[in-house]
Design a protein around this ligand. Structure first.
Ligand code: PLP
Length: 388
């Protein structure tokens, strides 16, 4: 089908929930993508931090193929090995405790919210401005963005949003608080790193009032910021964390890691999902963990992140660079082309895949396996786009 035919079919048969860019990708390898006409693109968007090990990583493809040939699904009424091995790996690499699988980021957060509520019945959930935790009702109720929430009111009761500051969080947490839910680096909100002091204040407030501190590492986890988990930069350890995006190498999987305090809150029958933790997704997850747990890769993410951050700051129209590791955003001077138009032009004229999180904010999420040459190449293309 041609792009025109695809667009016509979309208009006729897809609920118009997405604003798509006019390109059909048909193949990917490492940091590169190819469209239906054979044009090659450099991917600095990675399906929104999903393809962190690059497209079609050979170890991920092999793991999926081997498992798919043996067993694809039996469900959670039986044992399968890949999910248990991945649970052990996730827990050992983070909080200890125990893992509950989901199929996406929002579902991992739903599980976290249910655990927190069950641990403190009727308790309030506190999240912060600019947060994004997902689109299902619980996660959406913790996502204080007017445009995302308003059409779907009424939301789940018992959610409170405060400023992402130490003072505001300390003031909001009290004996009725079940949980504080935070992204250590806010992704969809425009790549804002929460200060260590904010995380520390949340930790102290939760400790003082018996509330659970939950970190949403759906986007910033799994090596994206240069440590396996983003919380490691701060030294503040949460009671639970959620992960998803990069975990399945492109397959849908999410996970909630409950530290020891919350590990046994859920009992049989409390919560579950038909597909969660299935053997193919889990096998892919194990292959991804092999790549992203490598200290050499993590060191490289930090090194290339610094290089990129510095070079981005030198580009025309860039007024601010934010982020950590290879999770970066640049703020553009308001005069001139907006970020969404720039993303469209980058795709068309420079064959560089980027993302905009706001009218003047570009987000960069390259594969963690990217080479320095590809980073330099992306910077050249960005320089031309920004009028260097
Ligand atoms: C993307 C994202 C989610 C939602 O994940 P889905 O898989 O789209 O449901 C939740 N939290 C954060 C921080 C995210 O970036």
């Amino acid at each position: 089908m041609s792009l025109e035919e695809l667009r016509a079919l979309e208009r006729e048969r897809l609920v118009p929930a997405y604003a798509r860019l006019p390109v059909e990708f048909v193949r990917g390898e490492g940091p590169l993508l190819w469209d239906a006409e054979g044009n090659e693109y450099l991917d600095f968007q990675t399906g929104l931090a999903v393809n962190s090990v690059g497209h079609c990583h050979p170890a991920v493809v092999a793991a999926i193929r081997e498992q798919a040939e043996r067993l694809i699904h039996v469900g959670n009424l039986f044992y399968t090995e890949p999910g248990l091995r991945l649970a052990a790996r996730l827990a050992a690499s983070s909080l200890g405790g125990k893992v509950h699988f989901a199929n996406s980021g929002t579902e991992a957060n739903e599980a976290a919210l249910k655990v927190a509520r069950k641990a403190k019945p009727g308790g309030t959930i506190i999240s912060v401005h600019r947060a994004f935790h997902g689109r299902t009702y619980g996660s959406l109720s913790a996502t204080p963005q007017e445009s995302k929430q308003a059409p779907f009111a009424p939301l789940v009761p018992g959610f409170v949003a405060v400023e992402p500051t130490a003072e505001a969080i300390a003031r909001a947490v009290d004996g009725r608080t079940a949980a504080v839910l935070l992204e250590p680096v806010q992704g969809e909100g425009g790549v804002h790193v929460l200060d260590d002091g904010v995380l520390r204040a949340a930790r102290d407030a939760c400790d003082a009032h018996g509330a659970a501190l939950i970190f949403d590492e759906v986007q910033c986890g799994l090596g994206r910021t240069g440590t396996l988990w983003a919380y490691e930069h701060s030294g503040v350890v949460p009671d639970a964390l959620t992960t998803a995006k990069a975990l399945g190498g492109g397959l849908p999987i999410g996970a909630l890691v409950c530290g020891p305090r919350l590990a046994d809150v859920l009992e049989p029958g409390d919560h579950g999902s038909t597909f969660a933790g299935g053997p193919v997704q889990a096998a892919a997850g194990l292959a991804v963990m092999d790549v992203v747990e490598d200290p050499a890769l993590l060191a490289r993410v930090r090194e290339l992140g610094e290089l990129l951050r510095h070079a981005l700051g030198e580009l025309p129209r860039v007024t601010e660079v934010r982020g950590r590791g290879l999770m970066l955003a640049v703020e553009l001077s308001p005069a001139g082309e907006g970020a969404p138009d720039l993303v469209a032009r980058a795709l068309r004229d420079e064959r560089l895949v980027l993302n905009a999180t706001g009218p003047a904010t570009l987000r960069l999420l390259p594969p963690l396996t990217i080479s320095q040459d590809h980073v330099s190449d992306a910077l050249k293309r960005l320089g031309r786009l920004l009028g260097g």
